[in-house]
Structures are given as structure tokens and as C-alpha cells.
Design a protein around this ligand. Structure first.
Ligand code: ADP
Length: 496
């Protein structure tokens, strides 16, 4: 079977689906029809032989009845020879022990050993036997036992050549072979045509698919599929194109945004350098230009650091060596830093939550997430307002919320808030100096910790950012276990 398969694989014609379908279809049909024809041939041949034997046996019985009275004569052989009709038949009369009594001239001499076989057949009471005559042709003999009127037992051997039976069998075999050939030719043609017709849309799909290039991923395969499977194929290929298009589009957008973000500080630096080149600058002015240049270099360094972080997150290498740590401690440190920042705007940081919530991952990265949320909350809140930072742990999930009573985010902007380089209000964002990467990085960090980050916001009312992370609560004074695996306390949603 494997040899057939490798042969089929080698033959290029059988590497096409219609070729293969036709081959298997015609092959299966040929084998089953061939088996059926053989069966019919065997059944028909045995019935023809049976009919032939029955006829021979009936003729022998009639002949025996005719001959029996002649055998009680003094010279039965001479009496039989006088009967011209009997002499013209291939008949032989033997004693019960096989000795010949009479042999008609029409009874042909048999080839060497077959003469003895015919005698043995008569002695052994074989009903029928097949022997070969001198020309090695098959002859059928019926051995009919009978007695003369005086009760002496004899055997009558009547011979016949089964030529009619053989010819009928040959004719039947030839007719079957011809019929089989015609059926196979018709089946092969129909199978090839049907396979080609059925698979024609696949060729169309291949043609259209090969026309789609990287720059026109927005194209879809519009192929008329008339079977459920082809419909599913077209749909799944279109779904695949859609899935590929989105990240490719995002990557292109991302590259455009990166170049734009890098262009801004570079332009500012160029402007500063050009103004320094002009003569007649005081030392004080040079110092100012140098400060501007350093500020722009800082902006660029921060941007490049953030981009590297995003790239690491994309490659799932953000948290290289996860360690268990107390999230409560990290939260306290972040609140201290936030208070220092919030002081100038007279904003109060209301903190609720203490140590004892153990998370496995990177304390440094999660610290960045919380600081980003508190920085934004302070930035977008009016002076003299309150920013609340809360943390609690429930059913293996640590929840951190940072809420403010600031400008809020428009409903249309909420779904885009975690996209890289997104700023809800570009003009205002430029003033604040943010690159729009803060929340995108925060989301990647939280994801790398098998958690999620969500926002609930209303324009001019304020925003609540919630970070959910798999965690464990320890008893007061208990040190975080160093070997806690993230998955050990992972809630169901984080494993998706
Ligand atoms: P940026 O570095 O510009 O602050 P972020 O990714 O941190 O970038 O935030 C993206 C945008 O989301 C901000 O430009 C701002 O428009 C909006 N935003 C984030 N946090 C808040 C908040 N607490 N209140 C109102 N708008 C916010």
C-alpha cells in the first residue's frame, strides 16, 4: 500500500486533486467491478458445467437402457458393433472390474496415463471424470453403472467434449471485460470532469490569493463557492487576511508614529544648533541652548527606552526572571512619589491598602504602571482635588484602582486609550510632554503578569483605572515565598 502511495506521489499527474480523485475512483471501481465479474463468471461456469454433466448423465442412462439387453448375448461386443448408431457414439462398456467389453470407434484413444485413469474411474465408481485425449484436449466422461437383464454389472462410459461450455465461459468473460472497460472509461471521464468542476473555485482562490500583495491586504477573496467546504475555505482565508491586515496596519502606523515622534525633538535640536551658529550670542544664551538640547536628548532617550520596552513586551521578554514581592510595599512607595509630584498642584493622594499582597513578577515594572497611572491622574486633575489609590485582594486577584476627579476621557477615546502614541487631546498632551506610550506600556506590563487593566471614565467627571493581577494574601509578618509560580494563583481570565 505504501509502495502504491509513493508511486502515486512521484507521478506528477497524480499530485493534482482531480488526478488523484480520478485515480482512486477508477481504481476502486475497477477492483470492485472486477471482483463482481469474477464472481459472476465462477457462478455461471459452475452452473454450465452442472448442466453439461446432467445432460451427459441423462444421455448415458438412456444409452445404458438401450444397450443392457445386448449384453446378455453370447458375444456382446459383436452385438454392439452391429449397432451402427451405438458405434457412432463415444461410448465404452466395461465390466465392473474395469475390463473393456466394447469400445465404440467414436470413443477416442486417450493420452498415456489417462487410459488407466478412465479404467480406474469406472472401477472406483466415479460419477464424472475429466481426462485428456491424444491431442491433449479435455474430455468429460460419465461413468454409468447398470446391469444386464441377467444381473451382470457393467459400467457405461460416455464421453463428451465440453467445448460449448468453455466457449460460453469465454464469451461471458470477453463481454464482461469489454463492459468493464467501457464503464471504466466513462467513470474516469465523468470523475475527471466532476472533480475539475468542483475544484474550479479552488483554482480561482489560488489565483486571487496570489494576487494579494503586502500593500493591499485590505482586499478580500470574492469567490463564488458552491459547496459548504469551499464556502468555509473562502471565509477562513478572508478571516485570516483580516487578522493579518490589522497587525500589519498597526505596525505601519507604529513606524509612522515613531518617525514622527523622533522627528519633533530632532527638529527642535536642529533649530537650537542653528541659532547657536549665528554669531553674537552671549554665554548665557549658549547655556540656555545647551539646556534645550539636553532636554530634547532626554526626551529622545525616554522615547527610545519606552520603544525598547514595548519591543520586549511584543517578544514576551518583559519579565525575564519573575520574583515574588509585596505589591503593598510597591504601592506605598508609589504613593510617596505621587505625593511629592501632587504637592505643587495641592492635590491630595488618598491611599487605601497595605502590605501583604504577594505578586510574582517584576516589582520594577509594576511600579512603573502605578506611577504612570498616578502621574496621569495628577496631570489631568484640577488643583485642590483628590486622587485616590486603593488596593485589595479577593479570590486570588489583587485589584488596584487609581481614580481622579479630572477632565475624564471622551467615550469615543476610551477604546483607544491603550494604543501606542494615542493622546486624547493632542494639543494639551504636547504641553504635558507625554508621548502617548505610557498606558500602552502599562497594559503590556500588566499582561506580562497575566493581569489586565481597564478604564472607566466620563468626560469632565473623572476616571478610574483598575489593574487586576493574580496574587496571594499573606498573614501579617509572613515573608513572600520565593518560589511562588504565577500560574499557581492565576485566576481563570488571566490564563486565556
Ligand atoms: P501620555 O504619556 O501622553 O500621558 P498615556 O499613554 O499615559 O500617554 O496616556 C494616553 C492619553 O490618555 C493621554 O494623552 C490622555 O489624553 C489620556 N489619559 C490618560 N490618563 C488620563 C486620566 N487620568 N484622565 C484623563 N485623560 C487621561
Amino acid at each position: 500500500m505504501s509502495a502504491i502511495r509513493s508511486w502515486i506521489r512521484r507521478r506528477s499527474r497524480f499530485r493534482t486533486v482531480p488526478g488523484r480523485l480520478t485515480f482512486w475512483h477508477a481504481g476502486t471501481l475497477a477492483i470492485s467491478l472486477g471482483a463482481f465479474a469474477t464472481f459472476v463468471l465462477i457462478v455461471r461456469a459452475s452452473s454450465l458445467h452442472r448442466e453439461f454433466d446432467t445432460d451427459l448423465s441423462a444421455r448415458a442412462a438412456a444409452l445404458a437402457a438401450e444397450i443392457a439387453p445386448l449384453l446378455d448375448r453370447l458375444d456382446p461386443a459383436a452385438a454392439l458393433h452391429e449397432q451402427a448408431a451405438i458405434g457412432a457414439l463415444p461410448v465404452m462398456i466395461r465390466h465392473a472390474d474395469g475390463r473393456p467389453v466394447f469400445r465404440a470407434t467414436a470413443f477416442p484413444p486417450l493420452a498415456g496415463e489417462w487410459e488407466l485413469a478412465a479404467r480406474q474411474g469406472a472401477v472406483n465408481r466415479l460419477a464424472f471424470q475429466t481426462v485428456r485425449d491424444e491431442s491433449r484436449e479435455e474430455q468429460r466422461i460419465v461413468n454409468r453403472r447398470f446391469s444386464s437383464p441377467s444381473g451382470v454389472p457393467y459400467v457405461l462410459q460416455l464421453m463428451a467434449h465440453p467445448a460449448g461450455v468453455d466457449q460460453s465461459i469465454h464469451e461471458l468473460a470477453a463481454a464482461q471485460a469489454f463492459g468493464l472497460l467501457v464503464v471504466l472509461v466513462i467513470a474516469t471521464c465523468v470523475s475527471t470532469l466532476t472533480a475539475r468542476r468542483t475544484l474550479a473555485p479552488i483554482e480561482e482562490i489560488i489565483r486571487r490569493g496570489s494576487e494579494i500583495r503586502a500593500h493591499d491586504l485590505g482586499k478580500r477573496l470574492e469567490v463564488e463557492a458552491d459547496t459548504v467546504e469551499l464556502e468555509q475555505l473562502v471565509r477562513s482565508l478572508n478571516d485570516l487576511l483580516e487578522r493579518v491586515e490589522q497587525p500589519v496596519h498597526s505596525a505601519q502606523q507604529f513606524a509612522a508614529n515613531v518617525s514622527h515622534e523622533l522627528q519633533t525633538p530632532l527638529t527642535a535640536m536642529r533649530f537650537a544648533i542653528e541659532s547657536a551658529q549665528r554669531s553674537g550670542r552671549t554665554a548665557e544664551r549658549y547655556r540656555e541652548i545647551a539646556d534645550d538640547l539636553l532636554a530634547e536628548i532626554d526626551r529622545m532617550s525616554t522615547l527610545i527606552r519606552d520603544l525598547r520596552l514595548l519591543a520586549l513586551a511584543g517578544a514576551r521578554q518583559l519579565v525575564a526572571e519573575p520574583e515574588p514581592f509585596d505589591l503593598g510595599d510597591v504601592l506605598q512607595q508609589c504613593c510617596e512619589i505621587a505625593r511629592a509630584v501632587a504637592d505643587s498642584k495641592h492635590i491630595t493622594i488618598a491611599e487605601d491598602g497595605g502590605p501583604g499582597v504577594i505578586v510574582t513578577g517584576s516589582a520594577l515594572h509594576l511600579r512603573r504602571v502605578i506611577l504612570n497611572l498616578t502621574d496621569n491622574a495628577i496631570l489631568y486633575s484640577p488643583p485642590n482635588s483628590v486622587v485616590s489609590v486603593r488596593m485589595w485582594c479577593e479570590d486570588g486577584v489583587a485589584q488596584i484602582t487609581v481614580s481622579d476627579r479630572g477632565c475624564g476621557i471622551a467615550a469615543a477615546d476610551v477604546p483607544k486609550i491603550f494604543d501606542a502614541f494615542f493622546r486624547a487631546d493632542r494639543a494639551r498632551a504636547r504641553d504635558t510632554g507625554g508621548s502617548g506610550l505610557g498606558l500602552a506600556i502599562a497594559e503590556q506590563i500588566v499582561r506580562a503578569h497575566h493581569g489586565r487593566i481597564t478604564v472607566d471614565s466620563e468626560l469632565n467627571e473623572g476616571s478610574i483605572f483598575t489593574v487586576s493581577l493574580p496574587a496571594e494574601r499573606t498573614e501579617p509578618g509572613e515573608a513572600p515565598a520565593r518560589q511562588v509560580a504565577v500560574s499557581a494563583c492565576q485566576p481563570a481570565w488571566s490564563r486565556q
